[in-house]
Design a protein around this ligand. Structure first.
Ligand SMILES: Cc1ncc(COP(=O)(O)O)c(C=O)c1O
Length: 407
């Protein structure tokens, strides 16, 4: 074979195999209890309903549902989503403000494609969603990480403002600020209303586009939901990324982006070259699922399952983990994850092999850090393991941590 390496593009050379995929492979043995993946609970999928609807869609609309569709999305689903956004987020949008994507990962890729030139600064939370880092990294983004404030309120706004001022003075043109505001992957933290208002204010003052990526927003188990930043803003500076993956089924591969029509139009052009259109068939099934009023019912069912699992996990942490000031965890009001911080000298990357020997798996915190730091942290998923596995897994995790504590 020819030396194929020489033929790869600069973008391809920049791509890194996800370390997480490798870890997940290792963690997939049956004897291992995995808190590692970010998968929805399989028992939460509405399998029977989807079987009925898929059959009805094919019988009734098969010729349309099996055909190519419009790049911007299958119009019955676009209509359902416009209604959904009004009912759930109280926003009024027109079809020009929305594009359906092949789940939200494609939206992040297209955002990278239309905004990032090599070495462009992109501002992200530390830690942030690993798939966001991978999507922007392939276009050569230079990340500027903003740490989380101590406590549970997410991104440190003073740090962000100082950084924006510094960039302005040095005339560095950063492309956007990317945040996961609701039950963040990986920390489970939610950005409160005052910080959202401040982010909007800063986006006007420093003229940046704000990307809010929000797959977990509807999965709230306690408390009240702050407004979507797209709703709070009236300048067109916010692009809001959503998905059916966690509220319906990730196998459908459907997401959507809401934003200013100019940006939506550019995303549409980029998507034409990427995949022409998202699967018409899964869009037709999803539109029918919504039309029959099943989406909210499904969300209510999923929330019950996940709330129980989250409460069990936190009870287990309180009961079994060493109770010390240097061992802390987030207690999210929703979503799929919590974030565990251990004493500074414990390196969760190094501890991972030992964890596998104890038949327990997590994702190392450094994977979510744009600088590869945060070595004493880990992400814990509570949606996928069964309730029994949560209880047993926490015991194993606690033993592992106790073995690694020096004092
Ligand atoms: C913050 C965030 N954004 C985007 C995605 C991608 O999800 P999907 O492509 O299934 O919509 C995920 C998946 O876990 C996520 O956590």
């Amino acid at each position: 074979m020819i030396n194929i390496e020489k033929n790869y593009s600069i973008n391809a050379r920049r791509m890194k195999k996800s370390a997480i995929r490798q870890l997940l492979k290792l963690a997939s043995k049956p004897e291992i209890i995995s808190f590692a993946g970010g998968l929805p609970a399989p028992e939460a999928f509405p399998v029977e309903e989807i079987a009925d609807i898929a059959s009805d869609v094919i019988k009734r609309d098969g010729k349309k549902a099996l055909q190519y569709g419009a790049t911007e999305g299958y119009s019955p689903l676009v209509e359902e989503l416009i209604k959904w956004e009004k009912e759930t987020n109280d926003i009024d949008i027109k079809p020009e403000n929305l594009i359906i994507t092949t789940a939200s990962q494609q939206a992040l890729d297209l955002i990278g494609k239309i905004f990032i030139d090599p070495s462009d600064p992109v501002i992200v939370e530390r830690p942030t969603y690993l798939g966001g880092l991978s999507a922007f990294n392939q276009y050569g983004a230079k990340f500027i990480g903003i740490p989380m404030e101590k406590g549970n309120s997410g991104i440190d706004m003073d740090y962000l403002e100082q950084e924006l001022e510094r960039l302005k003075k040095s005339q560095e043109h950063y492309k956007f600020v990317y945040v996961v505001p609701d039950f963040q992957n990986p920390t489970g933290l939610t950005i409160p209303t005052e910080k959202r208002e401040k982010l909007i204010e800063l986006s006007e003052k420093y003229e940046f586009l704000l990307i809010e990526d929000s797959p977990y927003r509807e999965l709230r188990y306690e408390g009240t939901t702050p407004e979507l930043m797209y709703k709070m803003d009236n300048t067109g500076n916010v692009l809001s990324v959503h998905t059916f993956s966690k509220i319906f089924a990730p196998g459908m591969r459907i997401g959507w982006v809401v934003g200013n029509e100019k940006i939506i139009d550019k995303l549409n052009t980029a998507k034409q070259a990427a995949d022409l259109c998202t699967s018409t068939f899964t869009q037709a099934v999803t539109a029918e699922f919504m039309k029959r009023g099943l989406l909210q019912k499904n969300i209510d069912k999923v929330k019950k399952i996940y709330k129980r699992k989250k409460d069990l996990m936190i009870e287990g942490f309180k009961q079994y983990l060493p109770q010390r000031e240097d061992i802390t965890w987030t207690e999210p009001d929703g979503g799929l994850f919590l974030w565990l911080t251990l004493p500074k000298y414990i390196n969760t990357d190094k501890m991972f092999d030992e964890a596998l020997k104890e038949n327990i798996a997590y994702i190392v915190g450094s994977a979510f850090d744009c600088y590869g730091e945060s070595l004493n942290t880990m992400r814990i998923n509570f949606s996928y393991p069964s309730e029994d596995d949560i209880v047993e897994g926490v015991k194993r995790l606690a033993n592992l941590i106790k073995k690694n504590i020096k004092d």
